[in-house]
Ligand binder design. Sequence first.
Ligand SMILES: *Cc1c(COP(=O)(O)O)cnc(C)c1O
Length: 227
Amino acid sequence: MTTQFDKKKLIDNYKNIKNLLNTANQTHKRGNAARLIAVSKTKPAAMVAALFSEGQVDFGENYLQEAITKIDELSALDITWHYIGSIQRNKTRDIAKYFDWVHTLEREVIATRLNEQREGMPPLQVLIQVNIDNEASKSGCCIEQLPALIEAVSACQNLTLRGLMVLPSKEGGDAFMRTKALFDEMATRYALPHWDSISMGMSGDMDEAVAHGSTMVRIGTAIFGER
Ligand SMILES: *Cc1c(COP(=O)(O)O)cnc(C)c1O
């Protein structure tokens, strides 16, 4: 991992994305303005610190060991860390210990473990990842299993269920619309006290995602450059 970077370019990229997101939020004026999750995977802690100085608080990471090193290094900064990678059983202890949010919960066994391992800390904020296009190759809970998983997560005292996350297969489909409809359907069906978040949209489809009710867009390359 290189620690050299062009700080001016990083901050220009960041301001550009913030402007685009602000415009999308203003254009689509939904109750809950979408926030930016800066996806810093593979990028050095110094870049994260530089953006934090510009006011960016939310950062997303996929690779656990790398993330832990960064989180430790930046522990003096009040950063909100989001885990957006796939979760194997043997990773739950560290995820529960180090992160504020998890976007990629897809199985009950993982919820149970995170709940046990989060004991004694503030609740972990959780999104359920849904395989909205029902693709065999994709991660995420299938739509049919979503109600059971919602019920299981709701029963976990150390987890706060906030909503859904999706990684649609292609741009330009109606996956965002279907995700929002599913989110609303679950809100009606269950009285979920903290159900307020949808993590969807990346750099190429940020505006469209916000138009359909995204509350968190996850942007990496357009801020930090190629990985
Ligand atoms: C890497 C990643 C992103 C950011 O992707 P970019 O193409 O770099 O913007 C967003 N969401 C998830 C789940 C990711 O793994």
